[in-house]
Design a protein around this ligand. Structure first.
Ligand code: 13P
Ligand code: SF4
Length: 313
């Protein structure tokens, strides 16, 4: 390994101890950043880790809504991010006005908010979900009507699995997942006829219809490593390849497109991790006025994701 790279890693480990910090990383950040993290996971797993962290400092390598959720769940900790401009465009694809309008027109509807949203949007929602718990949380809600924001693809995927509920959708989407088309996947299948297809529910329905497995980033990694298939067509950000190859280096992984890369997640470089620990910034700040309200749907998600059917209110 490059000596300067090893030196950066050594300094990160040393400073992490001195600062009493824990490093969390999402599967889409660069592989070398995943390697120095204490915990790597999907949004649901990382939010649970953030909620129960014992350290004084959480250094969150991901996008802004993830750092913000960590701060909401652990308000007494200092939450740092390597780059505060790492943001998820989908988090901004709905507005408080959209929610208020639906609340007036459909007073019985539960506002179900994908965790990929701003704290302000969470503050106006009834419950949060992630891709790995959305189905269970929605099933456990007492409401028959569901207003699902902001991701229309995850929303319609869940709606298809819960036919007893009525869904209203928002127009949000993830640009990285939405660009993958049925043609892209069909081409990959033609070139690799024995490959199984694993897709994230942020993909379009036409892609999910071709998938052998649909799930969160952790779910895709588990499927890829544990399923018998030696070749897999992966319809999500290619950052997940790193963990799959760590667990099952022999698997052949195929991305239907060359641009399945989230530029915001890739802003989390090793150098910026080190700088954040040296300077103890940039820090995630939350306006006091929305803290309590934005925490409520996150805590309800953590509760409903663990409970059996039908929450008592
Ligand atoms: P996961 O919760 O599946 O890790 O997804 C997060 C995300 O941003 C997907 O694009
Ligand atoms: Fe947001 Fe898509 Fe990037 Fe995930 S991959 S953080 S949904 S832009």
């Amino acid at each position: 390994m490059d000596e300067s790279l090893q030196e950066i890693k050594n300094q990160i480990q040393k400073l992490k101890k001195e600062r009493n910090a824990v490093i969390l990383a999402h599967y889409y950040v660069p592989g070398e950043v995943q390697d120095i993290a204490d915990f790597v996971g999907d949004s649901y797993y990382l939010s649970k880790i953030a909620a129960s962290a014992k350290e004084d400092v959480i250094l969150f390598c991901g996008v802004h809504f993830m750092g913000e959720s960590a701060k909401l769940l652990s308000p007494d900790k200092k939450v740092l991010m390597p780059d505060l401009t790492a943001d998820c465009p989908m988090a901004h694809m709905t507005t408080v006005e959209d929610i208020l309008k639906i609340r007036t027109e459909h007073p019985e509807a539960a506002v179900v908010c994908y965790i990929n949203s701003t704290a302000e949007i969470k503050a106006h929602s009834d419950v949060c979900v992630t891709s790995s718990n959305a189905l269970q949380v929605v099933k456990n809600l007492p409401n028959r009507e569901i207003y699902f924001i902001p991701d229309r693809h995850l929303g319609s995927y869940v709606a298809g699995l819960v036919p007893e509920k009525i869904f209203l959708f928002n127009e949000g989407f993830c640009p990285i997942h939405q660009q993958i088309t049925r043609e892209d996947v069909e081409k990959a299948k033609a070139l690799h006829p024995h490959a199984r297809v694993a897709a994230h529910p942020e993909c379009q329905k036409e892609v999910l219809d071709l998938a052998d497995y649909v799930g969160s980033t952790s779910g895709i990694i588990d499927y890829a490593t544990s399923s018998g298939g030696e070749e897999l067509i992966i319809c999500t950000e290619t950052g997940v390849f790193h963990e799959i190859w760590k667990k099952a280096g022999h698997k052949r992984l195929i991305a239907p497109r060359a641009d399945q890369i989230c530029p915001d997640m890739k802003k989390n470089t090793l150098m910026k991790v080190l700088e954040a620990l040296i300077h103890m910034e940039p820090e995630v700040e939350l306006p006091e006025s929305i803290r309590e309200e934005a925490l409520r749907p996150l805590e309800r998600m953590l509760r409903l994701a663990q409970e059996g059917p039908h929450e008592k209110q």
